[in-house]
Design a protein around this ligand. Structure first.
Ligand code: NAD
Length: 330
């Protein structure tokens, strides 16, 4: 997009924001997207570029300042003492290198990354007290989420009692396998109900149910990847956090690898980009996380995303979804 004057940028932003908000409402509130993610991402990146050029045009209600999801009114709400944030994303190796340069400049040296698959589901928070699962919640707007404890208790791979009496919060991704997605959509089609656009929306629509029996009737899975508090746990890197989660009985994606700098990252991206269709769960990219948790704390967060992690997004899959691909040009 050619450089716009401030006045032109303001006019474009006045068109882009409501369009993005409409798509966000369909995606986050109704679990029924009306455009493909890459169409959303393209327009969102235009918004970011304009806001970067004219920072005083950033408004507090801009999608760039909000963590996505909206909480549905019928659910009890929970407050996330430590906000559940979104994640920055990049779409090319050049942007990945820029991210790495930024990190090295801030930290003063090369760092190790824990490289993980980016699971295409929805974020989930689990709270344990003395080893017993007491709360499950969605990310919501990052600070206020939906209480889905009873629904979470129906998910088979989530331990309701840990082998150790730990009190802590863990976070990860709740998702629906491709197999279950096809089964559920077939069932819905047979019953004349609207089918889900993709496994991510099917997972979100299944977890955010007022009747836990409905959630129980659909097979949801999880991959947990974050320990929010470390009391009594000897964990100083993200990779150790994954090992500990596994030991505690959580389902942890087995593919994570530690790499120094960007060495090996491209190979990881290519490897999983090539086999993503063969996996039984959806992935939409690869996540790089600074492995050392002390450095993570040092780098901190923006209002919306951690500075110590980035998602490299795969190009869109061709036959992925049935939603309309609306062209948007400004
Ligand atoms: P995001 O989904 O791109 O990334 C952040 C999330 O990644 C985290 O909250 C976490 O749930 C998840 N995640 C998966 N694997 C992870 C791992 N290994 N480690 C850490 N986190 C992991 O960000 P977002 O803010 O939730 O949503 C933005 C995305 O939603 C964009 O990709 C956009 O395309 C899509 N979106 C689409 C539409 C649409 O209309 N199609 C509308 C709004 C948003």
């Amino acid at each position: 997009m050619a450089d716009l004057t401030k006045e032109q940028a303001n006019q474009e932003l006045a068109k882009i924001r409501p369009q993005l908000n409409e798509w966000r409402d369909a995606y986050y509130t109704k679990d029924a997207p009306v455009v493909e993610d890459n169409v959303y991402d393209k327009l969102y990146n235009q918004l970011l570029a304009l806001e970067q050029q004219y920072p005083d045009l950033v408004t507090s209600d801009s999608p760039s300042q909000q963590v996505g999801d909206v909480t549905l009114p019928d659910f009890n709400k929970v407050t996330h003492d430590i906000p559940m944030l979104s994640m920055g994303d990049v779409f090319s190796e050049a942007e990945l290198a820029e991210f790495n340069d930024r990190i090295e400049k801030n930290v003063g040296h090369e760092v190790d990354y824990n490289v993980e698959l980016k699971i295409d589901g929805l974020s989930l928070s689990l709270i344990y007290e003395n080893g017993i699962l007491v709360q499950g919640s969605t990310r919501g707007n990052g600070t206020i989420g939906e209480n889905v404890t009873e629904n979470v208790k129906t998910i088979q791979d989530i331990p309701q009692k840990l082998s150790r009496p730990l009190s802590f919060e863990v976070r990860g991704e709740c998702f629906m396998s491709k197999k279950e997605f096809l089964r559920l959509n077939q069932e819905r089609e047979n019953e004349g109900q609207q089918v889900f656009a993709n496994p991510r929306n099917a997972a979100a629509g299944s977890l955010r149910q007022l009747d836990p029996k409905v959630t129980a009737s659909r097979k949801l899975d999880t991959f947990m990847y974050t320990i929010v508090t470390f009391d009594d746990l000897n964990v100083s890197t993200q990779h150790e956090a994954l090992e500990t989660l596994k030991e505690l009985g959580f389902n942890v994606n087995p593919t994570a690898e530690v790499t120094t700098g960007l060495k090996g990252v491209k190979e990881f991206i290519d490897r999983y980009g090539d086999v993503r269709d063969d996996l039984d769960y959806g992935i939409d990219g690869v996540v790089l996380k600074v492995n050392d948790l002390a450095i993570q704390r040092e780098l901190g967060n923006t209002v919306k995303v951690p500075r110590w992690e980035i998602a490299y997004k795969f190009p869109p899959e061709q036959a992925e979804s049935i939603v309309n691909d609306i062209e948007w040009t400004i």
